[in-house]
Write a protein that binds this ligand. Structure first.
Ligand code: SIN
Length: 183
């Protein structure tokens, strides 16, 4: 990891959560890509998008894990949009995420240096691990200004299927959520 100062030219952005299916940023290219050394986990609280301050939802962050590889989507943001995009992303990811810079491997084999928004353990909105049933129940019942937490999980699972990737943590939660919905 190195610090991620605002670039004065275009940059690559790696999305591994809502940024995969809803980047909402102008980009001139997008490539399925992998970030080695990280696992995606629903361990970050969402008080501003998929939950509320008194009833936070759960969204994904990345956890360092040497044996793991996280699949997502890389977007190339052009230079003319870079500053505005960073402001917009900093606002969108303000609930505990910080910018980092990591090396990706695109499916094409290309190596990319990318910005990644990661919520580190111990940040003010951190929830951390919990039993899968508890996490699924929290997701099933949380709603915020950006919509239901259930929608976030289902959209993420579908986006990962579209990428042809299997994420055990996400798919287990999706299956568990389905049980709550059917009850
Ligand atoms: C991301 O998608 O890359 C960050 C987490 C999120 O906004 O869902």
């Amino acid at each position: 990891m190195s610090s991620a100062a605002p670039p004065d030219e275009g940059f690559w952005l790696f999305g591994y959560g809502s940024l995969i299916w809803n980047p909402s940023v102008p980009h001139v290219e997008r490539l399925p890509a992998r970030l080695p050394g990280f696992s995606r986990r629903f361990w970050q609280g969402s008080h501003d998008h998929r939950g509320l301050p008194h009833a936070p939802g759960r969204v994904v962050t990345l956890i360092e894990d040497a044996d793991s590889v996280c699949t997502g989507m890389a977007f190339r943001v052009p230079a003319h949009a870079a500053v505005d995009v960073l402001h917009a992303l900093d606002h969108r990811e303000k609930n505990g995420y910080s910018r980092q810079r990591h090396g990706l491997v695109a499916d094409s084999g290309e190596h990319l240096d990318a910005l990644v928004y990661i919520a580190e353990p111990g940040n003010f909105a951190w929830l951390g691990p919990a039993p899968v049933e508890e996490v699924a129940r929290q997701i099933a019942t949380s709603v915020g200004p950006s919509g239901s937490n259930r929608d976030y999980l289902q959209q993420l699972a579908q986006a990962l299927r579209n990428l042809g990737t299997h994420d055990e943590h996400v798919f287990e939660l999706e299956a568990m959520l389905q049980q709550f919905v059917e009850r």
